[in-house]
Design a protein around this ligand. Structure first.
Ligand code: PLP
Length: 237
């Protein structure tokens, strides 16, 4: 039987080792537990192992967990594709959004962010490999979108996020991460609020950290393999 506690230990050790190899501070990389398709009981086990940051892709499913786990001081990150009609609930219930790739969505999130809450932390999703992918902007559009987002009152521009094509060789993957890292360094120069490069998942934590990631989004290595996504999940998104 898999133990989430053991998995948390294992992933933490992978992060620790990778930061050490890259001569980076261990604390310079955050672990975001990607909990899509997982129930509140599984999240509780991760919480008991010390995790506080959770990433969700599907809004309806996430809202149930946010409600069920209210008693814990957690930080919720929305990491899935965003439909315009879902922005209000995202702005109301999440602390971070990693998947902003359109000004219209950013504007709605800013307008709909409740005034008693801190500004919503946002990362711009960059499509680093696949020209035809549905989500993310090309590198060439980062300057314009980041400039516009930085002017929105209820958003805090935090950085960049990417999901590289999974089919590429290790050297191509590394090259994708290097391009992201360079874009991140440029963005930091222009916007002092920027401190987050969200890249790396269960299979490529080490390469991502070596290439400068500050936050790895890890699902499978913490919770085990996911069931094939259901119709319901797709609809809920
Ligand atoms: C599902 C998901 C992850 C986690 O992937 P694993 O390979 O299970 O670690 C990370 N980021 C995003 C955006 C995801 O949708």
């Amino acid at each position: 039987m898999i133990s989430i506690a053991d998995n948390v230990k294992n992933v933490s050790q992978r992060i620790q080792k990778a930061t050490k190899l890259a001569s980076r501070d261990e604390k310079s990389v955050q672990l975001l537990a990607v909990s899509k398709t997982r129930g509140p009981e599984e999240l509780k086990m991760a919480i008991q192992s010390g995790l506080t940051q959770f990433g969700e892709n599907y809004l309806q499913e996430a809202l149930v967990k946010i409600e069920a786990l209210q008693e814990f001081p957690l930080v919720w990150h929305f990491i899935g594709p965003i439909q315009s009609n879902k922005t209000r609930a995202i702005a109301e219930h999440f602390d971070w959004v990693h998947s902003v790739d359109r000004l219209k969505v950013a504007q709605r999130l800013s307008t709909q962010r409740p005034s008693h809450k801190e500004p919503l932390n946002v990362c711009i999703q960059v499509n680093i490999n696949d020209e035809n992918a549905k989500s993310g902007i090309p590198l060439s559009e980062i300057d314009a979108l980041s400039e516009a987002i930085s002017k929105l009152p209820n958003l805090e521009l935090k950085g960049l996020m990417t999901i590289p094509a999974s089919s590429q060789s290790e050297s191509d993957l590394r090259n994708s991460f290097k391009q992201m890292s360079a874009a991140f360094e440029r963005l930091k120069q222009r916007h002092p609020s920027v401190d987050t490069l969200s890249m790396g998942m269960s299979g490529d934590i080490e390469i991502a950290i070596e290439e400068g990631s500050t936050l790895v989004r890890v699902g499978t290595a913490l919770f085990g393999a996911r069931a094939i996504p259901t119709e319901k999940n797709t609809e809920n998104n």
